[in-house]
Design a protein around this ligand. Structure first.
Ligand code: PLP
Length: 392
């Protein structure tokens, strides 16, 4: 284990805030009733759950009744896409129906959309993106068909940090009676989220990405949105997500939402400055390096790079040895590295795309952390490049 350890992988997960843990504590032992039970134990749990719905809803300009607690961000995406597309197709009497998304979505969306095609017979269009990962409104407009029921486009890309103009894209969809879902999992720690300003019909979040507990997701479902519960069982969460609700988790998600609403006002500009310091420093010090994602329309705290002729996974391990936790974009299967589909969709050539690195800063990140990485990274890149040359 290295002497110092610096965590720069906040897009993967965040450390739970102490006040979140404190808020959850009573519901992990003392208040253990099932929120569906009618007796006082159940009513105590139900009261906490009601409050959690209100807090999370209020934080996003939504009603408490429009908030559904789920098991994770992936589940929220799955329930939204499957549930809305199937219900809207049935409601509008289409035989097949059509769904629009992009190749740069997180697997939670991308794999679900593909399954909608393979298993449920929907036609799908995966929109192209430019070299910064942006979707053009004109491409979306062209893709919309009379039988398009749903578009799912992410608010902030997890891999390259690019932000999409969700309001514009959602408005365009609504003009053509197309419902709109957004995966906003990466956003709450950094950006204000208002479902009315965004004008979305459904939105997915995950508490562990904003200093809350793991295993708790949030699904916002606008009232009146066609929705078929594709997880079947009891009537929990107003029949939209059956299964005994994780009350402690919901309370934790609500406490985390309160925490980030307070903190992000100060943290977002601070993290933008730290991110820009990181970007400038890396591009200045490391030869054959470039930024991936949009240069300005990107998440605060999110710095992602491409290093030519570098194996991203080896670089990650080299940095790990030096005590830095970061992440890579490429998925390595059985020793055969494949460039990430996100970078491929952005048209990044393979010799750059295999060297993707993501550095994501969080509320605990400091200037000293950034400078320490800037000191070490050039050496690690050089080491990995040399090792690759020696293998030739
Ligand atoms: N969507 C995005 C953009 C993500 O970054 C992630 C997690 O990395 C998810 C969805 C899935 O969230 P969870 O880990 O809660 O399933």
């Amino acid at each position: 284990m290295p002497e110092r350890r610096i965590y720069l992988d906040n897009s993967a997960t965040t450390a739970m805030a102490p006040q979140v843990l404190a808020a959850m504590q009573p519901y992990l032992n003392d208040v253990y009733g099932n929120a569906s039970s009618l007796h006082s134990f159940g009513r105590d749990a139900a009261a906490a759950l009601d409050e959690a719905h209100s807090v999370v809803g209020c934080a996003m300009g939504a009603r408490a009744s429009e908030i559904v607690f789920t098991g994770c961000g992936t589940e929220s995406d799955n329930l939204a896409i499957r549930g809305i597309a199937l219900a809207a197709r049935r409601q509008r009497g289409f035989e097949r129906g059509h769904i629009i998304s992009t190749a740069t979505e997180h697997h939670a969306v991308e794999a679900t959309v593909h399954q909608m095609h393979e298993l449920f017979g929907f036609d799908i269009t995966m929109l192209p993106v430019d070299d910064a990962g942006c979707v053009a409104a004109a491409d979306l407009r062209r893709a919309i068909r009379p039988d398009t029921v749903l578009a799912s486009l992410m608010l902030a890309n997890n891999e390259v940090g690019t932000l999409l103009p969700i309001r514009t894209l959602a408005d365009l969809c609504h003009e053509h009676s197309v419902l709109f879902h957004t995966d906003a999992v990466q956003a709450p720690a950094y950006l204000p989220l208002d479902v009315n300003e965004l004008h979305v019909d459904a939105l997915a979040l995950s508490a562990h990405k904003f200093y809350g507990p793991k295993g708790v997701g949030v699904l916002y479902l606008r009232e009146g949105t066609p929705y078929l519960p594709t997880l079947t069982g009891g009537g929990h969460e107003r029949g939209r997500r059956p299964g005994t609700v994780n009350v402690a988790g919901a309370v934790g998600a609500a406490a985390a939402m309160k925490y980030v609403m307070q903190e992000r006002i100060v943290q977002a500009p601070r993290l933008c400055a730290l991110r820009d310091r990181m970007i400038a420093g890396v591009l200045e010090r490391v030869p054959y390096a470039r930024l991936s994602g949009h240069p300005t329309e990107r998440l605060p705290g999110h710095a992602s790079f491409l290093f030519k002729d570098v194996d991203g996974e080896s670089l990650l391990m080299s940095l790990d040895v030096e005590g830095f936790a970061v992440s890579t974009g490429s998925a390595c299967t059985s020793g055969d590295p494949e460039p990430s589909p996100v970078l491929t969709a952005m048209g990044i050539p393979r010799d750059w795309a295999l060297g993707g690195l993501r550095i994501t800063l969080g509320y605990h990140s400091t200037e000293a952390d950034v400078d320490a990485l800037l000191e070490t990274l050039p050496m690690c890149v050089d080491r990995v490049r040399r090792a690759a040359l020696e293998m030739l």
